[in-house]
Design a protein around this ligand. Sequence first.
Ligand SMILES: NC(=O)c1ccc[n+]([C@@H]2O[C@H](COP(=O)([O-])OP(=O)(O)OC[C@H]3O[C@@H](n4cnc5c(N)ncnc54)[C@H](OP(=O)(O)O)[C@@H]3O)[C@@H](O)[C@H]2O)c1
Length: 312
Amino acid sequence: MTALLSPPVLGLGTWKSNPGEVGAAVGTALELGYRHIDCASIYGNEAEIGQALTTAFRDGLVSRDQLWITSKLWNDCHAPEHVRPALLRSLQDLQLEQLDLYLIHWPVAHRHGVLMAEHPSDQIPLEQLPLSRTWAAMEALVEEGLVRQIGVSNCSAAKVVELLKNCRLRPAMNQVERHPWLQQKALLHRCQEEGIGITAYSPLGSPAGDGKAPLLEDPAIGAIAAAHEATPAQVLLAWGIATGTAVIPKSVRRDRLASNLAAAELKLSREDLQRIAELDRHQRFVDGSFWERPGGPYQRAELWDEPGEAKG
Ligand SMILES: NC(=O)c1ccc[n+]([C@@H]2O[C@H](COP(=O)([O-])OP(=O)(O)OC[C@H]3O[C@@H](n4cnc5c(N)ncnc54)[C@H](OP(=O)(O)O)[C@@H]3O)[C@@H](O)[C@H]2O)c1
């Protein structure tokens, strides 16, 4: 078997999949047919995912070349000398020799060892540590064979274009929040023009455990779901796929893992797609406000390169 050329369009998210439940979720997902797992060192659960992968390989459930595994470089490891050690840590935790895709998680840099910056002085402005320097170290990982593809996450079109000016290897992917309330049409179009794939994160609107799931409760989504005898989640995922992106919903529940995966079979009509196109309200659930520190280098307007982005 040869390795996959691009990520399967429906993958499993693992952010907030807690230790003690993430391994079982990954095992169940593989059993159900998921072949794409989205990981990150900052999620704090890669070691348990690695155990689940090793068990699945040992039991003959799936082979390594049938899987697409993504991980991400955290903000405190943007300095070129920290990139390779960070990747090696993820590989060791995941019990893998190679990643399919390694992403720069955020266009936000911290001092080494600072996972979440409390003070502005813990953050390093991109002017001091540009993404292009981190990118050069990412390119070296591909050349060494440790990673098959590299990409970015949470990058605006302007940041992608800037990176393209100096890169030797073009980014294969930009992973960004995307769903019917945040359709990112201009960014999607620009990335497609440049041959850069888009993976849509928080495709269900990242509902929290408190029962609040506003996007899943959108009446238009509900009506389309009812007409197809599908769930709202399936409509959201099918829309992401129909509009040219990969989607990576997170769940730790077998019933939802199964029904989310089945969304790849749901075909929306042209009328459904037109109705959903009207729902865009440029609403982020992961809005980047958590990087804002008074007087710090990362404010939302600059983070997203959207001057109109709300402050406060
Ligand atoms: N690159 C980045 O900066 C970034 C940022 C955010 C997310 N991500 C990636 O994208 C993945 C997905 O995003 P996300 O976790 O923010 O949000 P999401 O996938 O939109 O939503 C996950 C939430 O929805 C629930 N859920 C799953 N399936 C459901 C269904 N069929 N019906 C109702 N609720 C359902 C899950 O709970 P249960 O587990 O209880 O089912 C969980 O609370 C992440 O896990 C992560 O891998 C990347």
